[in-house]
Structures are given as C-alpha cells and as structure tokens.
Write a new protein. Structure first.
Length: 138
C-alpha cells in the first residue's frame, strides 16, 4: 500500500468515527462487511473507488478531502453553515451528549416507520412550525 492509500484508510476511519457509527453498522450502510471495514481501518486493505463514492454520496463527504486530505471533511452548502456547525458540535460530543442520543434515536425511529408515516410526521412538523410562527407574530 502506498502512503496515500494508508492516509485514505485513516480518513475512512475518521469518517466512521465522526459519524459515531460502529464498524458493523457502518459496513451495512456502505454495503460491505464488518471484516472489510476492520481490514481497511487496520490498513490491511485499501479503500476502493466504489466505497469512496458510496460514502461521499451517502454522508455528504467531500471526495477531494477523502482522497487527498485537502479541504473540509463534510460538504457544506452556504445556507447550511449554521446547521452544519450545530451538527458538528453534536458529533464531537457524541455519546456523552444526551441531546445527540435523542436526535440519533429520532432519526433511527423515523427511518424505521413506513413512508406514509414519515409523510404524516413531516406534515405534522410543518404544521407545528407554522403554529409556532403564528404565535411569535401575535
């Protein structure tokens, strides 16, 4: 393995740990095995182009950063800067932050319900925000 391949393996692990995911869970999300994730993180195997592309698309990772280490890890759109800062703070504290654990469980539960239930939750949330906005204006 080249020095660059080793650095990519290190960034692979950094992505997973930044997402606060266990190897097995991360492996399922990127369509590989826990053993393969372990081999990459222990620099026994390199990261394929396919895996890089899946991770970058799925988690909005900057592909230039992933391959070279240049720039920021996460892709940030201008209007998302403030939200990205909040998310980054939550990820840094990870399991020690009870708010992070609540948000993580909300996301997990949302993904478990049917698409129709997700639509109902989104409609409810929109209405709740509308109501809150109207109360602020009063």
């Amino acid at each position: 393995m080249t020095e660059n391949d080793i650095k990519i393996c290190e960034r692979f692990k950094r992505v997973r740990t930044s997402l606060n995911m266990k190897q097995g869970d991360f492996a399922k999300e990127i369509k590989t095995t826990q053993g393969h994730v372990s081999d990459i993180e222990n620099k026994r195997k390199g990261v394929s182009d396919r895996v890089v592309e899946i991770i970058c698309l799925k988690y909005k990772i900057n592909e230039v950063w992933f391959r070279t280490g240049e720039g920021k890890m996460f892709i940030q759109l201008p209007e998302e800067d403030e939200v990205a800062a909040y998310v980054s703070d939550l990820l840094e504290d990870g399991e020690e932050n009870p708010l992070y654990l609540i948000i993580k469980e909300i996301m997990h539960t949302y993904n478990e319900v049917s698409p129709k239930s997700q639509e109902i939750l989104c409609d409810f949330s929109k209405r709740l925000l509308d109501n809150l906005s109207q109360k602020k204006e009063s």
